[in-house]
Design a protein around this ligand. Structure first.
Ligand code: NAI
Ligand code: A1CAB
Length: 260
């Protein structure tokens, strides 16, 4: 049983709580300054609290507040050296957090799919942390990266779900325009993204080879792919990633400058 506290039960904190509760094997304390935040996770957390002292005895304390709130929480959060402080705030480095705590600091960029235990996460640590590794395994897939690559990971897997929702929405919307019922279009589009992603994860074939496998000669897919290949959509999608990565770097500058 791993004792986990989550500080900040908004979109990301509540997704983590829900996923960990689904997985089992965790005693979960949910802390927030706003009791309304508990509504979404009341059935998943073992305890909800507005008293920061209640998180002190947890094995792992997850810092899931907005980047500019991190310094405010750290001011009041006292953790012993044998605890793990897991920070997920975009742009906030381990160095910035470590300067304010005795706990071992691990930085993770998670994503919203923690809720369904399909999360893609990037982790930066000095040494593998058994509890964090267990949590990330239970919540989905994770990769270990150098911390200086956390900005691009933030764009790819942290912000990525929003980009995918957008693309999925664009495909579903056009299918609705062309006659499918909205519910059916959403199911077909979402399951198509899920199936395509699962295929990439399980297959040895690269993305180009997989595209070829869908394109029958003289068939339908190649007509659509020609539209994509002759457009600047690849560059635009890349630009979205770069814009998010740049914003992560700006947030890091703010965090290092102590701005709030
Ligand atoms: N939303 C997402 O998909 C992802 C978010 N993140 C990171 O997770 C962190 C949280 O983001 P969201 O959940 O989207 O924000 P949010 O705004 O949905 O939730 C923040 C929560 O923090 C609470 N809060 C505010 N001040 C507090 C304090 N002093 N002590 C305790 N709780 C406090 C708020 O009441 C709210 O419930 C951010 O640092 C973000 O960079 C990382 C990856 C993905
Ligand atoms: O938009 C944000 O800043 C956060 C970090 C990654 C996803 N959401």
């Amino acid at each position: 049983m791993i004792d986990v506290s989550v500080i900040g039960c908004g979109n990301m904190g509540s997704a983590l709580i829900t996923g960990l509760a689904e997985a089992g094997g965790y005693r979960i304390t949910a802390y927030d300054v706003d009791p309304e935040a508990f509504e979404a996770i009341e059935q998943h957390a073992d305890r909800t609290t507005t008293d920061l002292d209640d998180v002190r005895d947890s094995d792992v304390v997850v810092l899931a507040v907005k980047p500019d709130i991190v310094p405010l929480v750290l001011e009041d959060l006292e953790l012993d050296a044998d605890r793990t402080l897991l920070t997920i705030a975009a742009g906030v480095s381990r160095a910035v957090v470590s300067a304010e705590t005795d706990a071992e600091v691990v930085r993770v960029m998670p994503n919203l799919a923690a809720e369904t235990r399909n999360m893609a996460a990037a982790v930066a640590w000095d040494e593998p942390n058994e509890h964090v590794a267990q949590m990330l395994d239970d919540l989905g897939e994770y990769v270990v990266i150098d911390e200086d690559l956390m900005h691009v990971a933030t764009a790819l897997n942290g912000s990525g779900p929003a980009f995918v929702f957008y693309l999925l929405g664009a495909m579903a919307d056009r299918a609705v325009d062309e006659g499918l019922a909205p519910d059916n279009a959403e199911v077909l589009a979402a399951q198509t993204f899920k199936g395509a992603a699962e295929t990439v994860l399980r297959s040895d074939r690269d993305v180009e080879t997989l595209i070829d496998a869908v394109c029958s000669p003289g068939g339908t897919t190649i007509e659509g792919m020609d539209v994509l290949w002759n457009s600047d959509v690849e560059e635009v999608v890349g630009d979205a990633l770069t814009a998010a990565r740049r914003r992560s770097e700006e947030l890091a500058d703010d965090a290092e400058g102590g701005e709030q």
